[in-house]
Design a binder for this molecule. Sequence first.
Ligand code: NAD
Ligand code: MG
Length: 386
Amino acid sequence: MTRTVSILGATGSVGTSTLDLIERNRDAFSVVALTANSDVAGLAAAAKRTGARFAAIGDTRLGGALADALAGTGIETAAGEAALAEAAARDADWTMAAIVGCAGLKPVMAALRRGATVALANKESLVSAGDVMMQAAQAHGATLLPVDSEHNAIFQCLDHANLAAVGRIILTASGGPFRTWSLTEMAAVTPERAVQHPNWSMGAKISIDSATMMNKGLELIEAHHLFPVGHDRIEILVHPQSVIHSMVEYVDGSTLAQLGTPDMRTPIAHALAWPERMAAPAERLDLARIGSLSFEAPDAVRFPALALARGAVEAGGARPAILNAANEQAVAAFLARRIGFLDIAAIVAKVLDRYDPSSPTSLDEVLAVDAEARRLAMEMMEVKAA
Ligand code: NAD
Ligand code: MG
């Protein structure tokens, strides 16, 4: 039986890995909708290859170019923010949410509201709107399958019916490219250096988040929503080889781990075939060659993003949305060479200090908090640059 699928953010790192799995199993899947932000050529090519029914581009100015690129194919096209939400709202058995940033929030909500099975890579949406998203998922009978490798590992190790038996969730972190660097060394890093992750090949934003370890902070908040065991039971452990993708410890002292090579096609395949399994082409683990695995506690002084995220999840309310929005703006400014590497966490801390609204209770309220936190971050960065 073929499964109908849609991919939001089809031209990115997770999106293309998802397409790879689907194209290796053409008989098993049929593509409903694909989206991208600005890569018309990449989107059109993927739509043609997979025979997608609908292709949506986020940038409204590119609607004409997309229509031209797909003219005569019978593939329907549309452009703009509403088109992305429409792609998510179209009926598909399985929807991959792989847009980067809070830009993915409205499309994810559109998919949840039709009670869809959503494979979630887009962690920023859950960090910003965790309570609102989880409530929508529950109200509409939607299923969220974690694709982030750590959360997919936890999902596989967790006794979902028996959360009271969980002692701790141990979220592993590679430590990123600057795990052993001093603050002085980190102060001078360029975007080119910071995007070079030691183990994973990923989009620019998450690569910078890995370098600041804000990625692990966002993942702590993501885990708190996906696995309600209490955030004080979620610990971060640095494991530079990225072989163990995370662990669950039970009250009897048993600890279960999921292992694999760092290839996103494994967790994506898990979500794509769930509750069954499908073959994925990731390299197999050769533990004899790897030889040894090492572990260390994270360094709170060199990676202040961890404490900012921990504080945000403890306080709840609007704090995670503010943390995420300020971080998105600061990462974009760092990539554009307008601020230094260490300024990223400093800007996030300042925005959290300056802005403390009440808890958002709807999607619109989350988006309003997100917009104001971005505005404040921009304002602070302009003052700094002047
Ligand atoms: P990427 O930058 O490679 O791709 C992002 C995708 O989102 C592209 O298809 C792009 O067209 C689309 N997009 C970007 N901005 C948009 C906007 N404003 N509106 C609509 N679409 C937009 O990113 P990625 O590395 O594939 O990451 C995607 C998400 O998955 C992120 O949330 C990331 O944290 C998460 N994730 C990625 C990995 C990984 O290995 N790359 C691992 C775990 C989680
Ligand atoms: Mg991850």
